[in-house]
Design a protein around this ligand. Structure first.
Ligand code: NAP
Ligand code: ZN
Length: 346
């Protein structure tokens, strides 16, 4: 057992505060990571504030983690001390059913989230990346390409894979028109990755205030959803709409932007239900789907793709004690485009 320092939420309504806790002793298949950087995902805020109704306190958030391996168990083969390593949204999963072979382990019961969960023993709490170290099974750690800016790779572990997976599943590529709704942490990764895959990307943002950025990131078109004309101009345009919005929007208006057979994919997870009219779907064989992160195999594939195409997140590096202020800025969409905590400041 070793002690770790970090920041935790102790209640839905209180700011995060310094917290010292025990990390479990490493087993033979574990690695210990000296955390260097940890991204702030909007899911951290939803969970800290118990907006999904499943909060366990004290909660050390953070599932966009990169660091340096500081120890390895005797059975570890993939990592050695000194390697760069990353941890995303989960640290264990069902290993007995066939799904692991299908690379769908993240959709199966038995998934252990990196924080706000319990280890497979059902009693040891998991604590996330807003801390200085983590112990994880090597099979749930990712290799980080050496050529990428280290701090800016952290958000790839959640925001990156969350966009890469549906882009691949719905076959975004040359000839495909893809809209990304919301230019935040997830959305800006969708623009970069979708453009690198060769799709024609349109950003649908609340205003045009980030238009210049959106076009620089790789979008071909940029529209404001506050302008009713946008929904007339773009009616029936997209093969795929990736919605990263964390709040309620006029779902039916967005469905009208899909082509025949188009898919609207929910990535953002608002608190309330999503009401959809049959007429928004039926006359054009449209579908509404959801997608959550990606498997370990696909996450590694995404990281290697980013290494090859030199893709990282656009980040604002902050000190640990700025985390509460950063949360308020995320809620105001005042982040370009991901806050990353410098763990050296813990
Ligand atoms: P974020 O950085 O806050 O980005 C969300 C973006 O949505 C904002 O930048 C804003 O873009 C837009 N937006 C916010 N409020 C809006 C409103 N009221 N109406 C219309 N647009 C609004 O958050 P994030 O970290 O990217 O996460 C986004 C959502 O995805 C969260 O709900 C998070 O929990 C969820 N998430 C899901 C997965 C998954 O696996 N499915 C993984 C990670 C996160 P504009 O300023 O451009 O309008
Ligand atoms: Zn996340």
């Amino acid at each position: 057992m070793a002690f770790a320092k970090g920041y935790a939420a102790t209640d839905a309504s209180k700011p995060l505060e310094p917290f010292t806790f025990e990390r479990r002793a490493p087993n033979e298949d574990d690695i210990v990571i000296d955390i260097k950087y940890s991204g702030i995902c909007h899911s951290d805020i939803h969970q800290v504030r118990n907006e999904w109704g499943n909060a366990k306190y004290p909660m050390v958030p953070g599932h966009e983690i990169v660091g340096i391996v500081s120890a390895v168990g005797s059975g570890v083969t993939k990592f050695k001390v000194g390697d760069k390593a990353g941890v995303g949204c989960f640290v264990n999963s069902c290993t007995t059913c066939a799904t692991r072979d299908l690379d769908l382990e993240h959709y199966m019961p038995g998934l252990v989230q990196t924080y706000n969960d319990f280890e497979a023993d059902g009693t040891t709490p998991t604590y996330g990346g807003y801390s200085d170290s983590i112990v994880v099974k090597e099979g749930y750690a990712l290799s980080i390409p050496d050529n990428l800016d280290f701090a800016a790779t952290a958000p790839l572990l959640c925001a990156g894979i969350t966009l890469y997976s549906p882009l691949m599943h719905w076959k975004a590529g040359p000839g495909k028109k893809v809209a990304v709704v919301g230019l935040g942490g997830l959305g800006h990764m969708g623009v970069k990755l979708g453009a690198a895959l060769g799709a024609e990307i349109t950003v649908l943002s609340q205003s045009l205030s980030k238009k210049e950025d959106g076009l620089k990131l790789g979008a071909t078109h940029y529209y404001a959803t506050s302008d009713a004309e946008t929904f007339k101009t773009l009616a029936g345009t997209f093969d795929l709409i990736l919605c990263t919005v964390s709040a309620e929007i006029d779902w039916n208006a967005y469905l009208g932007l899909l082509k025949v057979d188009g898919a609207f994919v929910l990535l953002g997870i608002p608190e309330n239900a999503v009401p959809v009219h049959a007429f928004s779907l039926v006359p054009a064989r449209r579908s509404v789907a959801g997608s959550m992160i990606g498997s370990i195999k696909e996450t590694q594939e995404m990281l290697d793709f980013c290494g090859k195409h030199n893709i990282v997140s656009e980040i604002e590096l902050i000190r640990m004690d700025q985390v509460n202020e950063a949360y308020e800025r995320v809620l105001k969409s005042d982040v370009r485009y991901r806050f990353v905590i410098d763990a050296a400041t813990i």
